[in-house]
Design a protein around this ligand. Sequence first.
Ligand SMILES: Cc1cc2nc3c(=O)[nH]c(=O)nc-3n(C[C@H](O)[C@H](O)[C@H](O)COP(=O)(O)OP(=O)(O)OC[C@H]3O[C@@H](n4cnc5c(N)ncnc54)[C@H](O)[C@@H]3O)c2cc1C
Length: 294
Amino acid sequence: MKALVIAEHTDAARELSAGARTLADDVVLVTLGEAPAGVADKAVAVKVPEGAVADDAYVTVQGIYDAEAPAVVLAEPSRHVKSVLGRLAAAANASVITDVTAFTDAGATSLYFGGVGERVRKAAGDVVFYTVAPGTFEGLEATGTDVVEEAAWTAPARPLALLSSREREKSGGDLFKAEAVVAAGRGFAEEAELDLARALADKLGGGVACSRPLTEGVDWMPAGTYVGVSGLVLSPKVYVACGISGQMQHMVGCNRSGAVFAVNKDKNAPVFKQCDFGLVGDIKDVLPAVTAAL
Ligand SMILES: Cc1cc2nc3c(=O)[nH]c(=O)nc-3n(C[C@H](O)[C@H](O)[C@H](O)COP(=O)(O)OP(=O)(O)OC[C@H]3O[C@@H](n4cnc5c(N)ncnc54)[C@H](O)[C@@H]3O)c2cc1C
């Protein structure tokens, strides 16, 4: 059986290729951008040309998919890859199972109802597409060829045109790799208070993340830094939820962390039922004190 892995980031490419090896004998890796060597039996890098957008890689990836005819497709849940995967699955008239956190004989496990429950599903059909949460195959070693091929870019008939782009604030490191993440929520009354979270993250050598309202409500943080069912699913060693109430939609993005710490001024906040260590207090008092103590 052959598995096709589609990824955008090197770490995801490695992890998914290692995991694909547990599901199939033959692993083909396709990346949007650089492909790591030595992780799959065949590795193909799709370089996005200047002025094109990664979402339009679906025509190029479709060519590779048709040639390889995989029985299973594992994809990194990044925005670009999900856009490509959806089109591939629609063209194949196949099912997609999203946000998988485990594969067992019974099927693929994924979160349900915004993380309130888990469900196990199996797809009918000759080919099945999965998006896989980071950490699902953690600890597995990928092996494979050192040869990385480069695919010729095929533009779609109606390509997207990139009109402009601008840098946004960096999150303070790659949150997927960070061993410590300090997450800010609506308990931060103004943007300048985020410096309290940044100072603690710097002290811990980690990154700064947030709850969704800080990106979509007030636009204080980049959209790529919010944690939860519709954002990032992180599993750092330490997650510090600051001024975050602990709604399930947020907590499913961090509850696989080594230890969850919470700081909230409301002793009845739901986050205190879901953390390992809770501190009732105002972030404006607690964060500077903890940072100084560290
Ligand atoms: C379909 C759907 C998907 C969603 N997906 C996500 C998702 O992926 N990620 C996500 O984060 N949310 C998501 N949400 C939103 C989610 O339901 C919550 O609304 C959101 O997580 C709340 O963010 P918050 O905890 O920062 O804010 P709030 O719920 O407003 O909580 C703020 C907390 O800060 C505390 N506080 C206030 N001031 C201070 C202070 N000075 N010091 C200490 N504590 C203080 C308060 O006591 C309160 O508990 C989703 C919602 C829906 C409907």
